[in-house]
Design a protein around this ligand. Structure first.
Ligand code: SF4
Length: 150
């Protein structure tokens, strides 16, 4: 199963913000640069994370992005479910429906496998994801290190 780019990006943004020091409120542009992703993609994801109450965004001088307490405690499984949506892993219907769609055992098996995939991520929180080695690695990225050293 392959995640949507926006799902992975949402998790990257959350991890980046999870290691931000109190004085480091990176902008969306800075987070995009830190995570090596296009600004427009990062901006869309940040808007959704803000809408979900996982990220707080403040404009102006001294503004920037912060992870909310809810964001820190958020389940990775819940984030992945939200960004992936509840679509099937394979398109059985649609414009050219599969001839087996009305009675396919494989379809049910794939649904259960998809649910097991999400369930494996449910107990993991955003805070868990930035324990070593990931947290120290994030903090060693050049701009992150400069911002958190200030
Ligand atoms: S074989 Fe089954 S799972 Fe595959 S597309 Fe057809 S209905 Fe869906």
């Amino acid at each position: 199963m392959r995640l949507l780019r926006s799902t992975d990006l949402a998790l990257r943004v959350l991890m980046r913000l999870a290691v931000a020091a109190a004085a480091d409120n990176p902008t969306t542009k800075q987070v995009a640069a830190d995570m090596d992703v296009p600004y427009t993609h990062a901006a869309k994801v940040v808007a959704e994370l803000q809408h979900l109450g996982l990220v707080d965004a403040r404009r102006g001088r001294g503004g920037g992005l912060t992870l909310t307490e809810r964001g820190r405690a958020a389940s990775v499984g819940a984030v992945v479910r939200t960004f992936e949506g509840d679509g099937d892993v394979v398109e059985c219907e649609g414009e050219k429906p599969c001839p087996l769609h009305s009675g396919c055992r494989l379809r049910g098996a794939l649904r259960r496998a998809q649910e097991a995939f999400f369930a494996a991520l449910d107990p993991i929180t955003v805070a868990d994801m930035v324990t070593a080695p990931t947290g120290p690695l994030l903090l060693s990225l050049p701009r992150v290190r400069a911002a958190t050293d200030d």
